[in-house]
Write a protein that binds this ligand. Structure first.
Ligand SMILES: [Zn+2]
Length: 374
């Protein structure tokens, strides 16, 4: 399994805090560091280099993307404005929590290019699975808009590049937030399947309305949103995979699966309200590996960096199908409140039924049957 890295991903400075706008939080003595800092990516790298999974991994150096490559998923006007905002000397807030400045453009090019390098490794047959360990994250970035710490949509760029090379591509996003940028980029492209598992998180900032409901189906139902209630944990995510995402992926039968891999669904993440544990991410990795597809993964969220690094390590163990957990999880004690999941998944199946055989022709699992308590 290849891990792709580029030092320039560390250059982007997201700011001093979530709440750096003047006057908002000036009663804090010590400002909060912005959760999407370079320290989180360095911590992720350290976990994979020093953790017990290290002997299974091959480290590769990524590259910078070209302007033409970025233009596959973003408008020329947006890219020009983004580049200009990154020229400094002042840092510029593109929206309330998404700040750019000197160094950001190098990180943007490195994150996008390194994600493409991961794709190239898989396309060449050198690796079956390649993980682009990059920042800034990408899955909220829309064709003409930055959003939610995201500037260029790395996962969508990988998917679109593979699509142009003639591959049938699917995107699976388990970041705790809705992959709204990816949804929008492929909204008119029924030959790409997009699946997002996420919490019902509400609107944020000035330009991010609540999105990700089951009835946002795209063309021919090729956009699947599995919206899970607050508190959803390992069981909820695994049911969402087993009952919705994996049957859809098998029915769609892609040549390549792109995974937008976030760890902000963990029980301890400051930016999420879900309860996944390291064991849950390990099980997600195992299920994805069991699909038997060529895989490219891009790093998305995950903001309690120590626990997110453990979750990354555990996900990689699952992707490698290692038989026993290599690391002890010292924090896994939060109960998994999956009670709302049955209703959540029934709503998704009902929305998908006109478009997908699995949702209308296969009997629902026992606890989705009518009359059972939800
Ligand atoms: Zn997220």
């Amino acid at each position: 399994m290849d891990i792709f890295w580029h030092d320039a991903c560390l250059e982007h400075d997201a700011g001093t805090g979530l709440w750096e706008l003047p006057g908002d939080w000036d009663w804090l003595d010590v400002p909060e560091p912005h959760p999407e800092g370079a320290a989180r990516l360095r911590t992720f790298r350290h976990a994979l280099r020093r953790g017990p999974v290290a002997p299974h991994l091959t480290w590769r150096t990524g590259r910078l993307a070209t302007d033409d490559e970025l233009a596959r998923v973003h408008t020329a006007d947006y890219l020009a404005a983004l580049r200009k905002a990154c020229e400094g000397p002042d840092r510029v807030a593109l929206e309330v929590n998404t700040v750019v400045g000197p160094g950001t453009w190098d990180s943007v090019l490195a994150a996008a290019g390194t994600s493409l390098a991961a794709l190239e490794s898989v396309r060449s047959g050198r690796a079956r699975t390649a993980y682009a360990l990059v920042r800034p994250p990408g899955h909220h970035a829309q064709p003409a808009m930055a959003d939610g710490y995201c500037l260029v949509n790395n996962a969508a760029l990988v998917a679109e590049t593979a699509r142009r090379e003639g591959l049938r591509v699917a995107v699976l996003d388990w970041d705790v937030h809705h992959g709204n940028g990816t949804q929008e980029i492929f909204a008119g492209t029924p030959d790409v399947l997009t699946v997002s598992l996420h919490m019902r998180h509400g609107a944020w900032g000035t330009n991010h309305p609540q999105t990700g409901a089951p009835d946002e189906l795209g063309v021919d139902g090729r956009n699947i949103n599995v919206e899970l209630s607050l508190g959803a944990g390992d069981e909820a995510y695994l049911r969402a995979l087993d009952e919705i995402a994996l049957p859809a992926l098998r029915e769609f039968a892609p040549d390549l699966l792109v995974c937008a891999s976030g760890f902000d669904g963990s029980a301890f993440d400051p930016n999420g309200r879900h309860n996944l544990t390291a064991a849950g991410y390990r099980a997600i990795g195992r299920r994805v590996a069991d699909l038997g597809l060529p895989l490219v993964l891009t790093q998305e969220g995950g903001y309690l960096r120590g626990y997110a690094a453990l979750c990354l390590h555990s996900l990689v163990e699952g992707l490698l199908r290692l038989p026993d957990p290599l690391l002890h999880d010292p924090l896994a004690y939060v109960p998994d409140d999956s009670r709302p999941t049955t209703a959540d998944l029934a709503a998704v199946r009902a929305a998908l039924a006109p478009h997908w055989h699995f949702a209308r022709d296969t009997p629902p699992p026992a606890d989705l049957a009518p009359g059972r308590p939800t």
